[in-house]
Design a protein. Structure first.
Length: 280
């Protein structure tokens, strides 16, 4: 695998900076050019040439940080062709990142030598009032603003699926099923499945439960004209206001993301328990 390797690093984290320096050292010893993303602001990495994940990403990118760092990187990527990502955990939880920092150098060598399984994750384009606002990896939440009741109608391929009076709804991907949707009472989806999950948040209608739909579905969330103002939150990163009567559409994005995984399937349920279910 020839060419430079890009580096995206969590901001304001001494742990992430230390891991990034190990990555740079190993790549330099292997004779691989290292580029750092324009958002990286550590003095110890300031001598390295820059790139932008949104304009000119190299073919391989190492992300060091937590889930937020990874999700921001994917959103900034837009719909351009995905580089091959390697993910190193240097955050508090980092469920989406599979490489622990103590094994970073060893896994980096595997990454450079092609000893990994490439997994392509789908993303979903989010439209707000017909305007594309980005491709989500985890989830999009349509929720009440200022602690007032949200009233929304949720459609799947044009058919009414649920009316919700409550805190709103989360539309999540398979990967995102362990995030906001799970906190709202939704199911954990095995990562080998390709679906979307619609989870109502604290509905007045106690009979409402999550619905799992095919990944090729078009999901529409319509704010009732009788609803209070709402907020649309994409992957916990992009936030927009939605007025009563407003519409959010979500459909498959043409561009997924490619991630190099190491033992991803073999220890998924162990990681699920140790990082998530036994988090506290």
């Amino acid at each position: 695998m020839a060419g430079a390797v890009g580096l995206v690093v969590k901001r304001r984290s001494g742990i992430a900076e230390d891991v990034a320096r190990l990555v740079v050292k190993e790549l330099a010893e292997r004779g691989v050019e290292v580029l750092v993303d324009e958002t990286v602001d550590y003095p110890s990495l300031s001598h390295l040439p820059r790139f932008s994940i949104s304009r000119d990403p190299p073919g391989r990118v190492v992300v060091v940080g937590g889930d937020g760092t990874l999700l921001r990187t994917f959103l900034r990527l837009g719909e351009r062709e995905s580089p091959l990502f390697m993910t190193i955990k240097a955050g508090k939880k980092g469920f989406l990142l599979d490489v622990e920092r103590y094994e970073a150098v060893e896994r980096l060598r595997d990454f450079l030598d092609g000893r990994f399984r490439e997994v392509v994750y789908p993303r979903y384009r989010v439209y707000l009032e017909g305007e594309a606002r980005g491709c989500m990896f985890n989830d999009t939440a349509v929720t009440a603003n200022n602690a007032k009741m949200a009233r929304v109608h949720v459609f799947v391929d044009g058919d009414l699926a649920m009316n919700i009076d409550g805190d709103g709804v989360v539309v999540s991907t398979t990967a995102g099923s362990t995030a906001y949707s799970l906190s709202g009472g939704g199911p954990i989806i095995d990562p080998r499945l390709d679906v979307m999950v619609l989870t109502p948040l604290n509905p007045v209608q106690l009979f409402l439960r999550s619905i799992v739909v095919p990944s090729g579905s078009r999901v529409t969330v319509e704010a009732s004209v009788y609803s209070n103002p709402l907020v649309v939150n994409i992957d916990g990163q992009y936030v927009y206001e939605l007025e009563p009567g407003g519409i959010v559409d979500i459909e498959r994005c043409g561009s997924g993301v490619r991630i190099a995984r190491f033992r991803w399937w073999e220890d998924y349920y162990e990681r699920l328990y140790t990082r998530l279910l036994a988090y506290w």
